[in-house]
Design a protein around this ligand. Structure first.
Ligand code: CAA
Length: 257
């Protein structure tokens, strides 16, 4: 049983992971990151799980790396940091991941949110990379993913000043896709998860991979990947079912085959 997370299955095919370290505003210590990586590994292996939603509390999605834990690490400790392997497992999660963000998403918390494929924010959410105030810089993808999400100028401003932006600004900049009233953030994320959970799993997985490729490859390679993925899906039973269901005017029953 994880101690720092709650895991629920609120809808068919959907897992909801809630970060639960209220005493530290969900700061990401080694234990929490390890438990989160293990839960995502389990969700990856479970064929019934199609989509994962991750959330925190009303006050904080996550306030960053655990600074008290960081204070105990010297350079050797940082070089052998077990959290690096946990982050790599979180990054490798291949099913759709939706973040429902209320309150603070700072430092590693903002970086965790940016691991999600879809970000839904409550009006009170605040996104920031304040590491510069600690004499360090983002180390879990903050410089790379933030720049790709919001562009150079805003990413530079956020990382170099350490100042956070609010949810509406994050939406205008393209970091989040929707802003909700804070009490509906999780509900809205679950609604989206439920829609995706009913789609053909192989098509969803391939589409996610192709979209992520667009961020880190040139157009010609990305288009080649898209064409291969599209062709592969042509051999699936779900494609046949999707087309047949359309012609028979009924909902498709996808099986992931
Ligand atoms: N690590 C450990 N504990 C944290 C924490 C963190 N990142 N953020 C908050 N806490 C703890 C506080 O120490 C406090 O605990 P105590 O009562 O035991 O002192 C408790 O959570 C509540 O926090 P505050 O009293 O500070 O709450 P607030 O509402 O006044 O302020 C806040 C909220 C603005 C988020 C403030 O807590 C804050 O600035 N937190 C640090 C944010 C930060 O710098 N994050 C980046 C960390 S570095 C990083 O993330 C690097 C990386 O991944 C690679």
């Amino acid at each position: 049983m994880p101690r720092t997370l709650a895991v629920q299955a609120p809808e068919d095919g959907v897992r909801l992971i809630t970060l639960q370290r209220p005493e530290a505003l969900n700061a990401l210590n080694t234990e929490l990151l390890g438990e989160l990586a293990a839960e995502l590994d389990a969700a990856e292996r479970d064929a019934e799980t199609r989509v994962v939603v991750i959330t925190g509390s009303r006050k904080a999605f996550a306030a960053g790396a655990d600074i008290k834990e960081m204070a105990e690490r010297d350079l050797v400790g940082i070089l052998n940091d077990p959290r690096v392997a946990h982050w790599q497992r979180i990054t490798a999660f291949s099913k759709p991941l939706i973040a429902a963000i209320n309150g603070f998403a700072l430092g590693g918390g903002c970086e965790l949110a940016m691991h999600a494929d879809i970000l839904i924010a409550g009006e009170d959410a605040r996104f920031g990379q304040p590491e510069i105030n600690l004499g360090i810089m983002p180390g879990a993808g903050g410089t790379q993913r933030l720049l790709r999400a919001v562009g150079k100028s805003l990413a530079m401003q956020m990382v170099l000043t350490g100042e956070a932006i609010d949810a509406r600004h994050a939406q205008r900049a393209g970091l989040v896709s929707e802003v909700t009233q804070p009490e509906f953030t999780v509900e809205r994320a679950l609604q989206i998860a439920k829609v995706i959970a009913r789609k053909a799993p192989l098509a969803v997985r391939m589409a996610k991979e192709a979209l992520l490729k667009a961020q880190d490859t040139d157009l010609a390679s990305g288009l080649r990947f898209e064409r291969h993925a599209f062709t592969l899906l042509a051999g699936t039973a779900d494609r046949e079912e999707g087309i047949r269901a359309f012609q028979e005017k009924r909902p498709a029953q996808f099986k992931g085959q």
